[in-house]
Design a protein around this ligand. Structure first.
Ligand code: ZN
Length: 421
C-alpha cells in the first residue's frame, strides 16, 4: 500500500475548494502550496537554462499552472509522466456592462460559462470572484462575500412548475444584488475591495458561497461547488508535492477553459504545455527530436471527474461500466475517442494502481447517451502522447453544488504517486 503523507487528507482538499472560487484563485492557492513544498516559480518571459529548469519548478499563467520535478539523471529528454486536470467549472461570468437597474432592483448582467445546470443556481447565496484589471493595466484578485441571488419564482405564480421547470438563461437567470435606492454600481463595489485606483475590465465568476461539507451517516461524502475538476487538480498538486523524484520527468498541467472547449492560450488546446516541455528539454541540452522521442514512450494521465451510478436514475447508466463512490478512480473508455484511454495506457495505470493496493473502476457510457469529453484527447492530439482518462466518480456534475466521496480524491492522488514512483 502506498504510504500516505500527512497532507493527503480530505480536509486539505476542502480547504482548497473553499479557497478557489475562480480559476485564478485556484492557481494562486496551488502556487502557494507549491512554494510551501519547496518549489521555485519560473517566469515564461525569462530565459531558462539547466539550472533554472532542474528541480521542483512551476509556471503559472492566468487560470493555468504547470509544475514539474526533473529526474536525477542528466538525460536531456527523459521519459515523462504527465498528469492533467482543469481549473475551470461551469458558472456565470460578469459581462462588460454589468449593471442592470429595473423594476426597483439592482441586477447583474451575466453570461453563462460552460454547461451549467440552470436550476442548481436558483436561491443560492452567491459571491463574485476573479481578476480585475485597472485602466493602467494593474491586476488584482477579488472575492466578495455573499451579495447576489437568482430568486426562483414563487409556486403561486407558476402552478405548473413541478411538471417541468423551464428557465430562459437571458431572462430568468439574472441575479439580483440589491435595491436601487441608493444605487451603487458593481464596478464601484469591485474597485473598493480590489484596492486598485480604478477597475476597467474583469474576469469575474459568480460562485456559491456555501463552504464545502462532509455529508453522510459516516461523513463519507463531500458536497461542494467545483468538484469537477478541482478535486483532480488538488490530487495532482498534492501528489507532486509529496512524490520523490524518479527516473521520469514528473509533470502536472492544470488547464483553464476545459468547460468551453479548451481552445485558448491557457486551455489544453493551446501551446503552453508543449512550449514548456520544449523549453525544459532545450535547457537540458536536448533537441525537438529528443522531445519527440521521449513523448513517444511517455504517458499522460488526464484526470477529470466521472459519472457515478445515480440511484434515482439507474436507467442512465451501463451497469457493467457504472462506477460507484469511494471505490477508486474510474478508468474512462470511449472508442470514439471522447476519452483517450487505450488498452496500453489502461493496462499500465491499472497495473500500477493494483501493485500499490489501490482500487480502480471502469466507466463507459450507454450507446444511447453520448458521454462528455475532456482534456485527455486534446493533449493526446497535440503531443502525440499515450494517454489515459481517469476520474473521481461523482453525482450532479455541473451543478452549482456537486457530490463525490471523501476517499476517491485521495486514492486518485495516491495513484499519481504510484505511477511516478
Ligand atoms: Zn471536468
Amino acid at each position: 500500500m502506498t504510504s500516505t503523507p500527512h497532507n493527503f487528507t480530505i480536509e486539505s482538499c476542502i480547504d482548497l475548494l473553499d479557497a478557489s472560487p475562480s480559476p485564478f484563485h485556484a492557481v494562486a492557492e496551488f502556487g502557494q502550496r507549491l512554494l510551501d513544498a519547496g518549489a521555485t516559480e519560473l517566469s515564461l518571459g525569462d530565459e531558462w537554462n539547466s539550472t533554472s529548469v532542474d528541480g521542483f519548478r512551476f509556471i503559472r499563467r492566468d487560470g493555468a499552472l504547470i509544475a514539474w520535478k526533473t529526474p536525477s539523471t542528466s538525460q536531456a529528454a527523459p521519459d515523462m509522466l504527465l498528469v492533467g486536470a482543469h481549473t475551470d467549472s461551469p458558472c456565470f461570468k460578469l459581462k462588460p456592462s454589468p449593471d442592470i437597474y429595473q423594476h426597483g432592483w439592482n441586477q447583474l448582467s451575466v453570461e453563462v460559462y460552460g454547461g451549467i445546470l440552470n436550476n442548481s443556481w436558483l436561491d443560492r447565496d452567491l459571491g463574485l470572484a476573479g481578476r480585475v484589471v485597472s485602466a493602467s493595466g494593474e491586476t488584482a484578485l477579488i472575492r466578495t462575500d455573499a451579495i447576489a441571488r437568482i430568486p426562483q419564482l414563487a409556486i403561486h405564480l407558476d402552478r405548473g412548475v413541478n411538471d417541468g421547470l423551464r428557465l430562459d438563461p437571458q431572462t430568468h437567470l439574472t441575479p439580483i444584488w440589491g435595491l436601487n435606492e441608493p444605487s451603487r454600481s458593481v464596478v464601484e463595489h469591485l474597485q473598493d475591495i480590489s484596492g486598485l485606483d480604478s477597475v476597467a475590465w474583469w474576469d469575474i465568476s459568480l460562485f456559491d458561497t456555501q463552504p464545502a461539507a462532509r455529508l453522510g451517516a459516516n461523513r463519507e461524502l463531500l458536497a461542494s461547488g467545483r468538484l469537477d475538476n478541482l478535486v483532480s487538480c488538488w490530487a495532482a498538486v498534492t501528489a507532486l508535492c509529496a512524490t520523490s523524484p524518479s527516473e521520469q520527468l514528473q509533470v502536472i498541467v492544470l488547464n483553464d477553459h476545459e468547460e468551453v472547449g479548451s481552445a485558448s492560450a491557457t486551455g489544453a488546446g493551446g501551446p503552453t504545455l508543449e512550449q514548456v516541455l520544449t523549453r525544459i528539454v532545450a535547457a537540458r541540452g536536448g533537441t525537438n527530436a529528443d522531445l519527440a522521442r521521449a513523448l513517444s514512450q511517455s504517458m499522460c494521465i488526464s484526470a477529470d471527474n466521472a459519472h457515478a451510478l445515480h440511484p434515482n436514475y439507474p436507467d442512465r447508466h451501463d451497469h457493467s461500466h457504472a462506477p460507484v463512490v469511494n471505490k477508486g478512480p474510474a478508468i474512462k473508455v470511449n472508442v470514439n475517442q471522447r476519452y483517450a484511454t487505450s488498452s496500453i495506457s489502461a493496462q499500465r495505470y491499472a497495473a500500477l494502481c493494483e501493485a500499490a493496493g489501490l482500487q480502480t473502476q471502469v466507466f463507459s457510457s450507454r450507446n444511447n447517451i453520448p458521454c462528455g469529453s475532456t482534456i485527455g484527447p486534446i493533449t493526446a492530439t497535440r503531443l502525440g502522447i499515450d494517454t489515459i482518462d481517469v476520474g473521481v466518480p461523482q453525482l450532479s456534475m455541473h451543478s452549482a453544488r456537486e457530490l463525490c466521496g471523501v476517499d476517491d480524491p485521495i486514492t486518485l492522488a495516491q495513484s499519481f504517486i504510484a505511477c511516478w514512483s
